[in-house]
Ligand binder design. Structure first.
Ligand SMILES: Cc1cc2nc3c(=O)[nH]c(=O)nc-3n(C[C@H](O)[C@H](O)[C@H](O)COP(=O)(O)OP(=O)(O)OC[C@H]3O[C@@H](n4cnc5c(N)ncnc54)[C@H](O)[C@@H]3O)c2cc1C
Length: 474
């Protein structure tokens, strides 16, 4: 069996090592990526140390199915001093993932091809990969291509002072630190990364953080040891509905003496007030996050049974709020943000309605206009392949596969796959059970899969069921 893995970031490394450690049928495995990105993917390459993991380091691993403590053991051997920290830099985590990658490509069944796959054609049960001017035929393809670039919401592509993709941030260090004012559009973890980079590098200019919602992810609260019971109640309901998910959250929190409306109230406060409240109530935040994260595991399982109108409602009205709680950021970061707000260096603008460039960027909300010299795009990954602010290794391939009707756009965002097999659903070829897609592009099926552990968690099951069906077919 000839297997291709396209992309050697987190999902690609996880897939490769699952084959090597667990698959017994004979295989030859080819893994594709650029030399620069292989082993680290988009977020974990060498970069400024201010960019932190958003998970506690003790929770990170590249082998969630085998050894949840693999990373801790790695640090004990290589960098014991890092174990004293709760959160470490993403680049440090990348050293571990890169070491794992280098170790596994030594296996004689593996060939690493340091090139980009630009197109794929399907012919019956086989797949032809197009690489530069060559073509290679495979029996199985795992698309581990990460995320698309961000969106160009305000038609700013091509403007010199617009940073459309801010990583590696060190590439923009001089430009950022030299400018008098930096605008950041978006309120995601990427936006916080930029703020922390500026803080750590003692930037003195003004920072304007502008977005439509004007809210940040929540602060990661202290770890809470809570027994959740409503997850089985959610699964027992005869007619699955998102309302059960919300009801379960509210009930679990009520039992802990917490009203879930609190999170809406926090979002109505100014960023400064909200951060200060959270910093003083870090245990409450930990409880809310634990309840939501635990029940989201059940939501994820039931997701594909919910009616479409429910799923649309969730995507439009609830997803951002759940993401605020699912992807929180460290307390130390919040303290630094408060410090910057208090010295009037950092200003948050909500209801951002328009941006134009006339020698400086002019940002408008419903009341005022603001100017910044430089503007950083931190709006998060594009989900439909349209109006991209940039290109990346995935964007050309995704465009081709949509054009070939191998990829079908999911109307909730991203690309359609089956659940839980993650087989690509093609309009031209039907369900492609030997073509798997992982990661951000399937986050409307594998809902809120925004972390290494979650993305990797499904890999064993997708490979095992595929191999089982190939065996049965024979
Ligand atoms: C800025 C940022 C910070 C994050 N921080 C965290 C965190 O702290 N903790 C956490 O758990 N998660 C974090 N995440 C989520 C993170 O995206 C995932 O956890 C993880 O990196 C996704 O793995 P992946 O394999 O899908 O994508 P990646 O790890 O990005 O890997 C995709 C790879 O595919 C390659 N590729 C794409 N197209 C092609 C092609 N055509 N041919 C060959 N190769 C190709 C790319 O070059 C890339 O190396 C963060 C995400 C971002 C964007």
């Amino acid at each position: 069996m000839k297997v291709a893995i396209i992309g050697a970031g987190m999902a690609g490394i996880g897939t490769m090592r699952y084959y090597i450690d667990h698959v017994e049928v004979p295989f030859e495995l080819y893994i594709y990526d650029t030399k620069r990105d292989a082993g680290v993917g988009y977020p974990f390459g060498p970069d400024d140390k201010a960019l932190l993991l958003n998970q506690r380091l003790r929770k990170m691993t590249l082998a969630p199915w085998d050894d949840k403590e693999e990373y801790i053991k790695y640090l004990e051997r290589k960098r014991p001093e890092s174990l004293e920290k709760e959160f470490i830099s993403r680049a440090e985590f990348g050293e571990y993932t890169n070491d794992v990658f280098n170790q596994y490509i030594e296996d004689p069944r593996v060939t690493f091809i340091p090139e980009i796959v630009s197109d794929i054609t399907v012919d019956g049960d086989s797949f032809t990969l197009h690489i530069e001017d060559r073509q290679e035929v495979f029996d199985v393809v795992h698309l581990c291509i990460g995320q698309l670039p961000q969106t160009d919401f305000y038609d700013l592509k091509g403007t010199d002072a617009f940073i459309s993709t801010p990583f590696p941030i060190n590439a923009y260090k001089d430009q950022l630190l030299r400018s008098d004012s930096v605008g950041i559009i978006g309120s995601s973890l990427t936006a916080i990364d930029i703020m922390m980079f500026l803080y750590t590098n003692q930037y003195n200019g003004k920072i304007l953080a502008a977005s439509r919602s004007g809210v940040l992810p929540f602060i990661r609260g202290s770890e809470a040891d809570i027994t959740i019971t409503k997850d089985s109640w959610m699964q027992e309901q005869e007619t699955p509905s998102i309302s059960h998910f919300m009801e379960a959250i509210e009930d679990e929190l009520n039992a802990l003496g917490i009203d879930f409306n609190l999170v809406y109230e926090l979002n109505d406060m100014s960023v400064e007030e909200s951060l200060k409240w959270q910093l003083q109530n870090i245990e409450t935040m930990g409880k809310i996050e634990t309840v939501v994260t635990t029940l989201t595991v059940t939501l994820r399982k039931l997701w594909n049974q919910y009616p479409q109108h429910d799923r649309e409602y969730f995507m439009k009205e609830l997803k951002s709020l759940i993401m605020q709680l699912e992807g929180p950021f460290p307390m130390e970061t919040a303290e630094k943000l408060v410090e910057m707000i208090e010295k009037n260096q950092l200003l948050f603008v909500s209801h951002l309605s328009d941006i134009e460039y006339r020698d400086t960027f002019i940002l408008r909300d419903d009341k005022s206009t603001y100017n910044t010299e430089l503007l950083v795009n931190a709006t998060g990954p594009n989900m439909n392949g349209e109006h991209l602010a940039d290109t990346n290794n995935a964007s050309g391939l995704v465009k081709q596969l949509i054009d070939r009707r191998i990829f079908t756009r999911d109307e909730l965002g991203g690309i359609l796959v089956t659940y839980p097999e993650f087989s690509v659903i093609s309009q031209a070829h039907g369900v492609l059970s030997r073509m798997k897609l992982y990661g951000n592009l399937i986050s409307s099926t594998h809902v809120i899969n925004s972390g290494v552990n979650l993305i990797l968690s499904q890999i064993p099951q997708t490979i095992d069921t595929m191999l089982e069906s190939i065996k049965n077919k024979k």
